[in-house]
Design a binder for this molecule. Structure first.
Ligand SMILES: [Cu+2]
Length: 280
């Protein structure tokens, strides 16, 4: 139950000087797995934190979710409901000045639609994202917003999630079966996720995270606007303000009991669910 609050400001000022050509290859690290739940999502526009405003003209491209029928290869785990096999939901946070995404990589099952919630710490001159060959040129996504990227990963392999025009990225690993995904996660030894806290829409993105028992979990948290006091039943105390806009807070714990646990906003009253399952 360690909590690390990371203030990026010193890093920002240092790295801001480096400019946009700065590209650092990030060593793949622990990983994480699909968290499939169906939800309707609205993209909110809320003012983002600091950063030098740079003008950019962008064409907003509508990207409809492909209408392929998902193949139900995702095996039901304890505590999962049926609809969870229909969409794989994941959140990702971009830290441009640290040339890093959180999580740095994740694994999804082939042919099951993915819905990715993306937010970021900084505004700069490139505000669009691509996942070649599945997805490109999403709408502009600014700090303080949640962008929704939807696609069907119909090829097996390792792909890059990148900010258009920059050299850093996160890895999207597409595998054929849940068993392969489990092997990947076990191999990494850590399950890594991101949670985006949005008081305006009164919800978490995603609202449910499924993790495996006995494998360490790291959850990267960020708020879009408000300050939050977030707890996770059994694993993470919420005794102080711990999730802030413009900063990342990490929750680290090793789930030791299967079940459904409440991720509670002590101040604002909304909640999400952490499901701990046995490795199938
Ligand atoms: Cu809250």
């Amino acid at each position: 139950m360690r909590r690390l609050t990371i203030c990026w400001l010193p890093v920002l000022s240092a790295l801001a000087v480096l400019g946009c050509s700065e590209a650092t290859n990030v060593t793949p690290a622990p990983e994480q797995n699909p968290t499939p739940v169906i939800q309707i999502v609205v993209v909110t526009a809320t003012p983002g934190p600091t950063s030098p405003p740079v003008i950019q003209t962008v064409v907003v491209t509508a990207t409809p979710l492909p209408t392929r029928t998902p193949r139900p290869t995702l095996e039901a785990m304890a505590g999962m409901n049926q609809e969870m096999s229909e969409v794989q939901e994941i959140s990702i946070i971009e830290n441009y000045r640290a040339t890093q995404f959180w999580p740095r990589n994740f694994v999804v099952i082939k042919d099951i639609p993915v819905r990715m919630y993306l937010t970021r710490l900084h505004r700069e001159h490139v505000n669009r994202f691509t996942i070649s060959p599945f997805f490109s040129s999403s709408e502009v996504i600014l700090p303080g917003e949640v962008g929704v990227i939807e696609f069907v990963p119909d090829q097996i392999g390792e792909f890059k999630i990148s900010n258009v025009g920059h050299g850093f990225d996160a890895d999207l690993i597409v595998v054929e079966t849940q068993a392969e995904a489990n092997a990947y996660i076990a191999d990494r030894g850590v399950q890594m996720y991101a949670l985006i806290h949005d008081v305006d829409q009164f919800r978490l993105f995603p609202e449910t995270i499924v993790v495996y028992k006995d494998i360490p979990v790291t959850i990267h948290n960020i708020s879009l606007v408000a300050e939050h006091q977030v707890s996770i039943e059994r694993y993470e105390m919420g005794e102080e303000i711990n999730v802030l806009p413009g900063e990342l807070t990490r929750f680290e714990f090793t789930p030791d009991t299967t079940g459904a646990f409440t991720i509670l906003h002590e101040i604002h009253g909304f909640s999400g669910t952490l499901i701990v399952a046995d490795v199938p």
